[in-house]
Design a protein around this ligand. Structure first.
Ligand SMILES: Nc1ncnc2c1ncn2[C@@H]1O[C@H](COP(=O)(O)OP(=O)(O)OP(=O)(O)O)[C@@H](O)[C@H]1O
Length: 606
């Protein structure tokens, strides 16, 4: 295999694995011990990268999760005074890992269930509260040794091999770190991973594409806690002694610093950050007393100042800086590879018969306090038809759109989609039912590729979960999802831009990308919010051709649009609103000459 054909991640592994394998052979034992600590910190920090940097959820409780596992491990390994129920686990390192993992994940699930649905600062505050209370709990439980902790742990023994030396533990620790990196990279490069990566700034869009954002948050939270649990298990066997101090809130903040310095948005940032912070602290501790000529806790002060400067100079951390300067900012992100061979297309939804009523809106009224944004609106949309909703600014079009897509619910009246009432249903449910949409203000994930942005639309057409993704058992399905995204992008004319960052596209192209994303959901009703805004003349023509083809296939399309030339040459019917009222409805020819429309919408053209 040629090196040039390897992904950037594979190339990093190619360099890193032999380097890591050689280190204990050349380093003195105390530095191997330092490398072991770095590996354990990197594991916990990797959880922060996934949760905070990629998923956008800030947690200061990572050290507390490490602590639960470390204490479970130590408690079982020492094995004195075990309650009868835990006796069978006593003395076994696997028992410690199992108990640590189960307890950590149970606590994370509970904490997640309480805080992840809430926006704003609830999660960080919840994790701070959790970190504090657990620290005091560790210190006050007598069977955990109180503030002096648990000591006298035996050495780790796996498969009959004793890992009692720093060198032998080193290989276990770093093998697990690299395994965790692989699992994280695999997860991020999957359907579930796209959902996690979309959490930062794309939650409303994701829900409209059928992504269960709460589930995606929970997955990130649990995987992150799982890494902390693994770190805790290794920590206990490395130190062979546990006490509350290393699991304090301060330690949780340190993990956050490691992630920030290393590069919180990049998987490799965890390893870089853990290494940089450990060495920096060590270096400051060794040299500051010499430089300042006196001892004291100066390293904490200098460390704090250095972090402020680093954050200011390198907001993306060291990994972000390296990626930018080595020219692979994009490539370091999980990249969707082109499908190697033609794949079987995804199954399609049976489209309703042409002319079937897809959407029935009856007497819909929406009030915001005293303001009536939509008043008694009624219309139908049929399969194989394009309806335009037009009206001057503030007429109530977006409000209507939000209700049609179940982002908002009417104050009164009802909306039926394919005969079933949908007012009160969620946007996610509607995505599954066959309603897909674009947004007035484009909602893309700018640092993700065009291909991956489109693939989010196909989320509900795949079903492989986290374990399949982590173990790469989802490759066939993933290839089909990406193939569908590629097909839809080709259809809308973005086939040349598959691997570009979505944020690098012109605004008009971004709108078209939203249409491709919506089409990936295989909808039977497409809601397009100002699709022609920002498009050049030729792009508008191409868009009109595409919408005509979709109409011919039997799709129902509702669009809100201000560009009258575009609307009148394309749509079958026009629905006109003003001040929340419906003032006219009909074919474009009659609407164009309707006096009420001319008066209200065009400002009274004679
Ligand atoms: N969440 C809200 N709370 C209060 N008032 C709102 C809310 N959303 C919309 N409105 C009001 O409802 C009216 C209709 O707004 P809407 O955005 O639906 O109009 P529009 O036709 O889409 O306008 P535009 O073409 O400028 O997007 C406006 O007066 C607006 O201020």
């Amino acid at each position: 295999m040629r090196i040039a054909s390897l992904s950037p991640h594979a190339r990093i592994f190619l360099v890193l694995v032999p380097l890591l394998a050689l280190l204990p052979l050349v380093l003195p034992t105390y530095q191997v011990t330092l490398a072991n600590n770095i590996g354990i910190f990197a594991l916990a920090t990797l959880g922060i990268v996934l949760l905070t940097g990629i998923g956008g959820m800030t947690s200061f409780g990572q050290a507390a999760f490490v602590g639960i596992s470390a204490y479970s491990t130590a408690y079982l390994a020492i094995g004195t005074d075990l309650p009868a129920q835990l006796g069978w686990l006593g003395g076994s390192p696997w028992g410690g890992l199992l108990l640590g993992m189960v307890l950590t994940l149970a606590v994370a699930a509970l904490l997640g269930a309480l805080t992840l649905r809430l926006s704003g600062h609830y999660l960080p505050l919840g994790t701070i509260a959790w970190g504090l209370s657990l620290f005091y709990l560790f210190g006050n439980l007598e069977f955990l040794g109180g503030h002096t902790g648990l000591s006298g742990m035996p050495a780790l023994r796996l498969f009959g091999i004793s890992l009692d030396r720093a060198e032998s533990l080193y290989y276990l620790i770093w093998a697990l770190v690299l395994l965790a990196v692989v699992v994280t990279l695999n997860l991020l490069d999957s359907r579930e991973g796209r959902a996690i990566r979309a959490l930062r700034g794309g939650q409303r869009m994701s829900e409209s594409m059928g992504v269960n954002t709460f589930r995606a948050k929970m997955v990130a939270f649990l995987v992150s806690a799982g890494f902390a649990a693994l770190a805790g298990w290794l920590y206990a066997y490395t130190q062979r002694f546990v006490s509350p101090a290393p699991f304090s809130l301060q330690a949780g903040i340190d993990f956050m610093f490691m992630a920030l310095i290393g590069g919180v948005g990049q998987v490799w940032g965890a390893l870089i950050g853990a290494t940089a912070v450990t060495f920096l602290k060590q270096w400051l501790q060794d040299w500051l007393p010499h430089i300042l000529g006196r001892t004291g806790n100066f390293e904490s002060i200098v460390f704090g100042l250095l972090i402020v400067v680093l954050m200011q100079r390198m907001p993306g951390g060291i990994a972000g800086w390296l990626a930018r300067h080595l020219g692979h900012a994009r490539k370091l992100a999980p990249s969707a590879q082109p499908a190697p061979t033609p794949v079987e297309p995804l199954p399609r939804r049976a489209l309703p018969a042409k002319g079937e009523a897809i959407l029935e809106v009856r007497g819909v009224t929406k009030r915001f306090g005293g303001l009536v944004a939509n008043n008694d609106i009624s219309f139908d949309v049929h399969a194989g038809e394009i309806l335009a909703v037009i009206g001057p600014n503030g007429a109530g079009k977006s409000t209507l759109f939000n209700q049609l897509s179940c982002v908002d619910r009417p104050t009164s009246g009802e909306i039926r989609f394919r005969g079933r009432r949908i007012d009160g249903r969620t946007a996610r449910e509607m995505a599954g039912a066959g309603l897909s949409r674009t947004f007035q203000h484009v909602k893309l994930l700018p640092t993700m590729s065009v291909l991956e942005n489109a693939a989010i639309g196909a989320h509900l057409r795949g079903g492989k979960g986290v374990a399949a993704a982590a173990l790469r058992l989802d490759r066939r399905e993933e290839a089909r999802l990406l193939d569908e995204a590629r097909r839809q992008l080709g259809r809308v004319g973005l086939g040349q831009h598959l691997h570009a960052e979505a944020g690098s596209l012109a605004l008009g192209q971004q709108r078209i990308l939203e249409i491709a994303r919506a089409l990936c959901a295989d909808p039977c009703l497409l809601l397009l919010d100002e699709p022609a805004a920002g498009l050049r003349h030729l792009e508008k023509q191409a868009l009109a051709e595409l919408l005509k083809r979709l109409r011919a296939e039997g799709m129902a399309i509702v669009l809100v649009e201000h560009d009258m030339d575009f609307v009148m040459g394309l749509v079958d019917r026009v629905f006109v609103m003003e001040f929340g009222e419906q003032i006219a409805e009909g074919v474009p020819e009659t609407i164009q000459t309707n006096p009420a429309v001319l008066e209200a919408y065009l400002g009274g053209v004679e």
